[in-house]
Design a protein around this ligand. Sequence first.
Ligand SMILES: Nc1ncnc2c1ncn2[C@@H]1O[C@H](COP(=O)(O)OP(=O)(O)O)[C@@H](O)[C@H]1O
Ligand SMILES: [Mg+2]
Length: 609
Amino acid sequence: MPETPAEHTDRSAVRSLLRLWPYVRPIRLRLFSAAFVAVLASCLGLVIPLVLKWMVDGPVAGRDPGGVWLGALYLLLLGLAEAGLFGLRRWLVARPLAGVEASMRADLYRHMQRLPVAFHDRWPSGQLLSRGTTDLTLLRMFLAFPLTFLFVNATTILVGFVILFDQAWSLGLVLLAPAVPLVILCSLFETKYSVAARGAQDQVGDLTTVVEESVLGIRIVKGFGRHRSQALAFHALSRRLRGTELVKARLLAGIWALITTLPELAIGAALVLGTVQVADGALSAGTLVAFLSTALALRWPVESIGFLLAMSQESATATERYFEVMDVAQERDADGDGRARVSDEPGMVFEGVEFRYPDADPASAPVLARVDLRVRPGETMALVGATGSGKTTLTALVPRLHEVTAGRITLDGEDIAGMARPRLRELVSVAFEEPTLFSATVGENVLMGAEGAGEEELRRALSVAQADFVHDLPHGLDTQVGEQGLSLSGGQRQRLALARAVVGRPRFLVLDDPLSALDVHTETRVEAALRQVLARTTAVVVAHRPSTVMLADRVALLSGGRISAVGTHQELLRTSAEYAWLMSGATEAGAGQGSSAAEDATAEEGSTR
Ligand SMILES: Nc1ncnc2c1ncn2[C@@H]1O[C@H](COP(=O)(O)OP(=O)(O)O)[C@@H](O)[C@H]1O
Ligand SMILES: [Mg+2]
């Protein structure tokens, strides 16, 4: 199962939580006033025992019903004021904290969009999902509750003990006795709980990954009857999570038991001692009543500390997990205007391009060792190579989805590494083997390819891609395509992706086998239309079939990590045995209706990724 990729350092919970400050800063006034209000409300509760003492020693001892009624009125007012203040606290923090959560989530999303593709190759999506959802919700709850109440309850306990000592210092000492063992136990608990909390949160991430994969891959799961194995994987993970949650629950139960029992015993002891003192006349009955009710009023602040600490620990873990993603460096980007020419050579030029995947074994040979290729302006270059030879990798380097390890790629003499990304995106359009569509309308999916393209451009792009089928969809261009466009056929998706690539009339076009899922007739029509577009652009088209190769002016053969031959289709057929071999299988397929060889090639390729 996927482990969390980032190794997490052993930070203290407080250090982790302090990293939230930039987000909390804007609402600090609200948060502080809410804490102040809560302290006030909580201390108001401590006045109640004092009123009781006044009632017992005064009106009750003096048999004065009027005084008792007055005392009762005071108690009622105190209770109401306490409740009102706690309500005010909630009102003060609710909205700003929802804002903090939203802005942290927005930052995470923005950051994830800017992380290099290599990061997303490495991180399971469920880990990212769970950090953006459960972890952030935990953080909001932490800011709303434990953060304030750890402070409020500590203050209340402090004030309470001052009152207790003021009433009867000897009894106060009895109550204070369990404090030392409790503090030690709490810190032990903290350490253990933090390990369990981290485990549980990571396991939620793994579980999310499995759920997501089986939802997105539901066709494969059903098609291959993999329900059972998927369910087993899910059960194994959820059992593991359940185990971790039980560990957490046991730890919490243990500390809770101690935190409730020890003070309870102390209160019992104080009660016995106090009663003896009252019998001896050393203490007034009212004082004992006040002392005991203060002690009882402190029970909740003391007991709550266990789970407040637990929640804080979980939040510290959530903060760590959040910043593990946020700390990953974003894609480098040139801040220059991108006008820096490094050569006068027009067109698309690959010079000594070397590339190795970041997570590849350092001892292995790079995917691309030394690629030298010149595509003249307006020329269409077909890129041919065996499965796994690095064609897709090479095409991904042009829009800088990955950065070259060595060498450079220039567009009309400008090094793409020095170009600001928006400008690069404007110059280059891409269509990948796997046509990805988003849950949006057909029109929106295509227009994603160009900012500000209009109706006219959209229609032209659709006709180039022979995607006129969209007009027959229930709502035409406004038809919503399902998640990942799975409601459309593979060929339909491919044509929409192609339309998206050409809609912005890019100067450079990179197409990774864009016609593989089309039947021969549609392919011929797309090619006829595409020819006109290609006439005006500088393009690299990855091709498997001779029919696609025919679109190109020249062909480059990628083999052994470099371009081993360049020439026209006919030339290469004559001079390169590998090229002839690659094309021979495909020729039969292209001629026959079954076209199984080409499809096998694509299917196989899909599985290598
Ligand atoms: N994200 C990745 N991480 C590591 N290796 C990869 C990644 N993507 C592809 N590869 C490897 O790079 C090689 C070239 O793959 P690819 O460019 O997809 O080949 P092609 O498109 O020519 O079939 C393959 O050996 C593949 O295993
Ligand atoms: Mg490929």
